[in-house]
Design a protein around this ligand. Structure first.
Ligand SMILES: [Cu+2]
Length: 260
């Protein structure tokens, strides 16, 4: 019976490796990357997955081997207990610590490219995104390129941005912690109440992509979904104009209604 359990446990690394290879071959690990810096994040992801994968296989095979070799049926002698090995403890403390230190140094360039403000494009914010329970409020600067003036354009959950241009998003939160997540752009940034956090990227392909919240922010977190439409500069300007006109039209009707 002891051999049965060791073989059953051996299925864990076998199935784990099978799923990994299957995902790799059929390219289902990550959604399509449509941003300039996306490959930097993907490289890091696969490097860390590979490293932890090796440790996972090593640990599982050791577990299997000990279960196989020391099962009760073939080991009738009483068990001998030991109380710690100083040198082993030093080894299994230093090796993981050195590995973590290595990963933290190895990822510095990726972090700098995506998050360090010295790499931020020197442009005014393209859009201000305010997260709130449970939607994304969007504010575009309008013709004067300044957010907070009378020609600003407002939208909810329907983010539009131009392709092949530097984008600078200013992220805020109106209530609790949220996380602005664009899976296809490898962008994930917490929205923190009281802070304005810059996010920048450059889209490489037109299309409609997901905008989701990646931080459990309350009962309606699951429905905090928007979409990001990446389109040509012309179409983007057209969309902004259309939104502006629509806004002005309702604004006028409202003022007429209030004076009546
Ligand atoms: Cu959320």
């Amino acid at each position: 019976m002891g051999k049965f359990w060791s073989l059953l446990f051996l299925l864990v690394p076998i199935l784990g490796v099978y799923c990994f290879v299957y995902g790799w071959l059929y390219n289902i690990w990550l959604p399509e990357d449509v941003s300039v810096h996306g490959h930097t994040i993907d490289k890091l992801f696969f490097f860390i997955t590979g490293l932890t994968g090796i440790v996972f296989i090593g640990t599982e095979v050791a577990l299997f081997w000990f279960m196989w070799k020391y099962d009760r049926a073939s080991n009738t002698a009483p068990v001998k207990f030991t109380h710690g090995s100083h040198s082993l403890e030093v080894v299994w403390t230093i090796v993981p610590a050195a590995t973590l230190l290595f990963i933290s140094i190895y990822q510095l360039n990726a972090w700098a490219e995506v998050k360090l403000e010295s790499h931020m494009p020197k442009i005014p914010p393209t859009v201000q995104v305010t997260a709130r329970q449970f939607e994304w409020r969007l504010q575009y600067p309008g013709k004067d390129n300044v957010i907070g003036t009378s020609d600003d354009i407002y939208a909810v959950n329907d983010l539009h941005l131009p392709v092949n241009e530097e984008i600078l998003v200013e992220l805020k939160s109106m209530d609790v912690l949220h996380s602005f997540f664009l899976p296809n752009f490898r962008i994930k940034q917490d929205a923190v109440p009281g802070m304005r956090i810059p996010i920048w990227f450059r889209a490489t392909k037109e299309g409609v992509y997901d905008l989701v919240c990646a931080e459990l922010c309350g009962w309606g977190h699951y429905k905090m979904k928007g979409q990001l439409t990446i389109e040509s500069r012309n179409k983007y300007d057209e969309w902004l104009n259309k939104m502006y006109e629509k806004q002005e039209a309702t604004h006028d009707t409202q003022s007429v209604a209030s004076t009546e």
